[in-house]
Design a protein around this ligand. Sequence first.
Ligand code: NAD
Length: 717
Amino acid sequence: MAQASATAEPALKLDIDPQGIGVITFDFPGSKANTLGQAILSEWELLLDQLEKKTDLHGLVLHSGKPGMFIAGADLKELGSAPKDSPTVRYLIERGLKIIDRIEALPYPTVAAIDGVCLGGGLEFALGFDFRLAGAHPKAEVGFPEVKVGLIPGWGGTQRLTRLTGPSLAAEMICSGDAIPAAKAREYGIVFDVVPSDKLLDECRRVLDWARQSGAWQQERKKKQQPVPATAEQLEFAQAAARGQVQAKTKGQFPAPLVAVDAIFRGCTRPLADGLKIETELMIPLVGSDISRSLIAVFFMTQRLQKDPGVSDPTIKPKPVQRVGVIGAGIMGGGIAGAHIRRGVPVLLTDSNAGALQKGVANIAGVMQSRIAIGRMTQAELLKALTLLGTTGSMAAMSDRDVVIEAVVENEDAKVQLYKQVQTVLPAEAILASNTSTISITRMAKAVQRPENFAGMHFFNPVDRMQLVEVIRGEKTSDVTTATLVALAKQIGKTPIVVKDCPGFLVNRILFPYMNEAMALLEEGAEPRALDKAALAFGMPMGPVTLNDVVGLDTALYAGRVVNTAFADRAKNTTILDELVAAGRLGQKTGSGFYAYPKGPKGVDDPALAGFLQKARTSPARKLGTEEMTDRLFLPMLTEASRVLMEGIVREPADVDMGLILGIGFPAFRGGLLRWADTVGLPQIVEKLRTYEKLGPRFQPTEQILKLATGKKGFYS
Ligand code: NAD
């Protein structure tokens, strides 16, 4: 057995079997994933030195020693820290390209055995092999997620994939960044076949025998070197379609997918070597760009949250949760129950209103049906999930539940009465969690017998689609309760963030200064459309005026009041919402709010709004520029986020950023609110704040912001 490594424990091992076939086993020691960092690339280079000399080999197979994992991709830490436009960037790209070129030129046929996750650089390596066979492991999938971190596949992915699948499919895969399962990869021609995992290596050997005898491997290589056989007209049409799709999806905010389209269509008309050069020159400016850095940071923040147990004491273990109860079968209760049963957690659902309970169950089934319609669930999974849903009219039935989540009407008295009733039947160790969006957990805990077993579990609407769950610790909530709710949220596929109890918790506390400022701006003369446009241009999924209409003006007014009253020292008083609510204009649901909704959910300008604006305007309307509107919207959020950090409401800046990305769709390409501030620079942020300071304390730099600016630091440095 030959080994190729300068280190004690190599990741790559080469065995040569009695038939003269080399089998490389890739197994990165001490890691769950095989990645392609610089140390591993050194191993590849040493191994290739040997392989190039072994001209008598009959073929070569690459497989992974890790179940369910082929190669996860390049090392994002290395790419994320490469200084922009530095020689390091070119070096990192060209080093990988060279290795794949060398694999592609080995003097015998080669095959990659993919029996698990094969992404990014991993797929680019696999495309350097003559053939790819997939195993039937449920995790076997291939994809190029690079655009999700602001990059394009830069080790030949845009060129080699295009030559296999044609440019349209390649553009679709690369621009979406989504992986496709092995069966689809076979349909696309990316893998030769999908075979049972335990037969994969034998099948690879058979493919090598056949390829050697038929010469198919040489034809395969020749084909790969050629331009794509398509007419200029066909390519022009396909490129326009691909660009159109990307524009519609990204609204021009992320350059990477458009750059990928360029690389694909410019490169595919030339020989491979030229295509690769085009790809490299297009890739280089993306590495180390603000957008890519931010997206890579979001990737690592997501990973951290996935691993975060929610408490700092490592000896705390979550309690097992086998049965969950949900009280209240309305919009939220139904969503929460549905999320649990979909992930295999049995739920008992109740509601004081029998009709509401029935409707709740119908809604749960309806949401699952809509998932089936978009291919995200099967009928069999729906039936299985529904067997896990029980309903009851009696609170006593909750006596065997490990966790009960309350999602009844937002009324403190009603909730507290309910807790008093339910705690008489719950086992002593059971956890009671409230989905309240505005009521203090610490205050409600005073009404329960075991406040250590009581916490907030704040889901977002619609539960089916929103990833975030705020796990809210009251003053007396125990570590075990917190860790258990964090583990439960993860079990049902959500991303929990632990938040200390405070008005608005994390997300609404930071969102409302933004919503409030939008109202203040309207009262100063900003046009609703212009305001929405400014927020959209910044990258928000919808503008603040539309958001009010979607949430419901009454709900926004009520929830905003809770936050504004609690932080009255800095909240700006506005009246426009009160006026619209008083006039019954509650937004989408009543057909008019800021906009009118004559034909469904798309808002149109409503001349009747002018009167309301006129009445609310405090001074003669003035014209506001986009920059002023943007600064005014986001700076009050930032000062509030800084206060959240200073008060220890969350444990890390990343909690704020991820909370806002997942909870309100704050643009991930900006890395979140705090990382946006870091990118702008804290001294510049202070300067901006000084411009608006006269408008009130919401624009006053906090002590933390001032300190960071003076020290030329950021929230993350
Ligand atoms: P909803 O009005 O749709 O549903 C509430 C349900 O609770 C109703 O079916 C009602 O019959 C039932 N109910 C009322 N009192 C009850 C009692 N004593 N026992 C059993 N059932 C009772 O309300 P919703 O929008 O689902 O909100 C529920 C909770 O979730 C509230 O605390 C709300 O603040 C919070 N929340 C709502 C949203 C949202 O966008 N709707 C988002 C996050 C959190």
